[in-house]
Design a protein around this ligand. Structure first.
Ligand code: UD1
Ligand code: UDP
Length: 365
């Protein structure tokens, strides 16, 4: 008999699909009545569909097809569309994840309709309000009735902002669940090493896509100069699956880094495979900082702050910013780092923990 709890999962981008996947699989296993509402923020096959396929996820019941645009336009379109769907479906609870425009629109639309919101990955802060993600996560947290914090540190941050204790649940991050489940499957993608001419532990993996890094010509140029310098000095091949935002800017600014192999965005399993065999990761991605920490691959973050301080504390990650000589110095430093740090993001059971908490609150058999 299905549980009498109706859940709306609102997602729209690559990391949300990945990080929601353990929760979706648990809902299916327990026959929970749920549906996926996709904002359409990501729509290219390589940023969207491929993850549904590889993670065996059911298709979205609704896709708002909002596509790309300015923050106001994109978020506004989502708000209008999400409100309409939520009114029609009347779920008992709405789940949002992370810090994208989809996260904010989902949380805001639901709370205004008095539908309880659960925020997965609550309590992260970079304390840099110029980043769109910081505004999104802050507002999503404060619209939410249930805040699923990945770590004790996130819980403390929420308590410090006045969120009441009984609304915060420390669950671990669902990225650990997704990684543990898929790492073995990723071995099937081993031929990618051969195709790219790479040897285990003998290459660096890069991702750079943040608005503040790639939309600013000077800053993006410095990062690419830093990668060229790292390649010249340390002589490891550098492989960079390029996010469409970065690809567009690279073309517009006419940037052609030497010694950096640019490839299309990768499917999840191929990316995990490369990440697990990389000697070093250089990134501005939140999810990649977490995954590299879990995989015990040293990470150099191409930013001046992080909302994942746990990675700095355990020593899996350092902040380099965007100056080429500092990027090189930090890369050298991390190459010498002993890979023995603990994983601060949980035991791989965050998804089932979150579902159990939801059932306790909303599910009556
Ligand atoms: C968004 C999130 C960011 C997250 C990232 C994950 C916000 C504010 N930002 O950034 O936090 O880290 O997703 O990858 O929500 N584009 C395509 N195909 C697509 C989607 C986008 O070509 O399927 C291109 C378009 O040119 C678009 C640009 O990428 O203008 C940026 O897309 P957008 O969704 O606005 O932001 P992301 O940079 O992807
Ligand atoms: N990822 C992927 N293919 C790629 C780059 C990243 O599958 O080419 C995955 C990666 O494993 C991680 C997630 O995408 O789980 C991170 O998403 P992204 O960097 O786009 O967003 P962020 O985490 O910064 O919000």
């Amino acid at each position: 008999m299905p549980l009498r709890m109706k859940v709306s999962i609102i997602l729209g981008t690559r990391p949300e699909i990945i990080k929601f996947s353990p929760i979706i699989c648990e809902f299916e296993r327990l026959d929970v009545d749920f549906f996926i509402l996709h904002s359409g923020q990501h729509y290219s096959y390589s940023l969207d569909r491929v993850f549904f396929e590889q993670l065996c996820l059911p298709g979205a019941r609704y896709n708002l097809d909002v596509g790309s645009g300015s923050h106001g336009l994109q978020t506004g379109r989502m708000l209008i569309g999400i409100e309409e769907v939520l009114k029609r479906e009347s779920p008992d609870v709405v789940l949002v994840q992370g810090d994208t425009n989809t996260t904010l629109a989902g949380a805001l639309a639901a709370v205004k309709l008095h539908i309880p919101v659960g925020h997965v990955e609550a309590g992260l802060r970079s304390y840099d309000r110029s980043m769109p993600e910081e505004i999104n996560r802050l507002l999503a947290d404060h619209c939410s009735e249930m805040l699923f914090a990945p770590t004790e540190n996130s819980r403390r941050i929420l308590l410090g902002e006045g969120v009441s204790e009984d609304r915060i649940f420390v669950t671990g991050n669902t990225i650990v669940d997704a990684l543990y489940r898929n790492l073995k499957l990723a071995e099937d993608k081993r031929d990618i090493l051969k195709r790219l001419g790479l040897k285990e532990q003998r290459f660096f993996l890069v991702t750079v896509h943040r608005q503040e890094n790639v939309d600013d010509k000077e800053r993006f140029s410095k990062i690419l100069d830093g990668l060229e310098l790292v390649n010249r000095e340390l002589r490891y091949p550098i492989i960079y699956p390029v996010h469409p935002r970065a690809e567009k800017r690279m073309r517009e600014f006419n940037l052609k880094p030497e010694g950096v192999e640019l490839i299309e965005p990768l499917d999840y399993l191929s990316f995990l495979l490369l990440e697990s065999y990389a000697r070093l990761v250089l990134t501005d991605s939140g999810g990649v900082q977490e995954e590299s920490c879990i995989l015990r691959v040293p990470c150099v973050t191409l930013r001046y702050n992080t909302e994942r301080p746990e990675t700095l504390e355990v020593g899996s990650n350092v902040l380099a910013g965007v100056e080429p000589d500092v990027i090189l110095e930090k890369a050298k430093f991390m190459l010498n780092r002993k890979r023995d740090w603990p994983n601060p993001f949980g035991d791989g059971k965050a998804g089932s923990r979150i579902v159990r908490i939801l059932i306790e609150k909303f599910g009556t058999k």
